[in-house]
Design a binder for this molecule. Structure first.
Ligand SMILES: C[S@@+](CC[C@H](N)C(=O)[O-])C[C@H]1O[C@@H](n2cnc3c(N)ncnc32)[C@H](O)[C@@H]1O
Length: 306
């Protein structure tokens, strides 16, 4: 059993002040021992659910109504909701009890700490992040849950072929999510840009509020591909494997990488560049595509031999 490490000082949530209603506190005390997951030492997933089934991690389940509806409609998968807001957790557990759900459990705490210390790699069938706190002020952007570091961590917990579903009503955050997820070397966008709204995603309070205040809703769906991504596959792989926007970017990166490295390829492009800028650019590209580099070398060698 692993132990939860403390959250980092930069948290994606704030503890809301205000009294918790006694009925919610009673429900929390009565139901957490039944439907809640140990806050210090979460047991392995099959032990939590009493079976081995695909697991969906719902980060920031809020009041939990949407999570309960999804779990009720999807009995073959297990849902692990993670939330820090006690009244929301109490509400979720009351609804889960009403529906007699056996495939929904809740962890009270920070989803990032849980993923880092207690969820094994290559495990989750899907991760949901619906309407995360937007942190709209520029000085708070560092608190956004969808950051390159958190995405790399969460992606590593997805099984190969697993999906990352997100939604937000904040355009700036939506653009930032798209950029961060697109740049992650181990994820591939399942759509060209934003995704259509999935018909299985229930409307939540936050979505309703966003619409009422005139904001647009943005959905995103990324997958962790069955095969590790490589520039070669991305640039020249079958059309169905990766969307064209990804392929175009990979083809461009591939050309630049070839120019600025000893990998071979057309060097004319690189000669026009200042050497230092070239080296910096190449470093960025290697970071972005690090895990595909070995495949890239093989790919370039093979092209060179043709
Ligand atoms: C804006 S609410 C959205 C709730 C719900 N998904 C919905 O659409 O109604 C975001 C929720 O995420 C929770 N949250 C933010 N960061 C979290 C973290 N690192 N771990 C767990 N919950 C988190 C907050 O407490 C808050 O309840």
């Amino acid at each position: 059993m692993s132990t939860i490490e403390p959250s980092s000082s930069i948290r994606s949530f704030y503890r809301r002040r205000g009294k918790v209603r006694p009925s919610k506190l009673d429900a929390y005390d009565r139901l957490y021992p039944v439907l809640g997951v140990d806050r210090q030492q979460p047991p392995p997933l099959p032990e939590i659910f009493g079976r081995t089934a695909p697991v969906v991690l719902e980060i920031g389940s809020g009041m939990g109504d949407a999570t309960v509806a999804m779990a009720a409609a999807d009995p073959d998968r297990d849902y692990l909701a993670v939330e820090v807001h006690v009244p929301g957790i109490a509400n979720l557990m009351m609804r889960a009890e009403e529906h007699e759900l056996t495939n929904l459990r809740v962890f009270e705490g920070d989803a990032v700490s849980l993923a880092r210390s207690c969820l094994p790699a290559d495990t989750l069938d899907a991760i949901h992040v619906f309407f995360p706190d937007p942190w709209p002020k520029a000085r708070h952007h560092k608190r956004r849950l969808i950051s390159p570091e958190n995405v790399a961590l969460l992606r590593s917990r997805l099984r190969r072929g697993g999906a990352f579903h997100l939604a937000t009503d904040w355009e700036h955050y939506a653009e930032s999510m798209l950029e961060v997820l697109d740049a992650d070397p181990g994820l591939s966008n399942a759509h060209d840009g934003f995704a259509p709204r999935p018909d299985w995603r229930p409307v939540t309070k936050f979505e309703r509020r966003g619409i009422a205040e005139g904001r647009q809703i943005f959905d995103l769906e990324f997958v962790r591909p069955e095969q590790p991504l490589s520039l070669g596959i991305l640039a020249h792989g079958p059309q169905t494997l990766v969307p064209s926007r990804c392929r175009r970017r990979a083809a461009r990166d591939l050309r630049v990488l070839c120019d600025h490295s000893q990998l071979g390829g057309d060097r004319r492009h690189g000669q026009a560049r200042d050497d230092r800028t070239g080296a910096r650019h190449r470093r960025q590209l290697l970071q972005r595509h690090g895990q595909g580099l070995q495949l890239l070398r093989g790919f370039v060698d093979a092209v060179g031999r043709q």
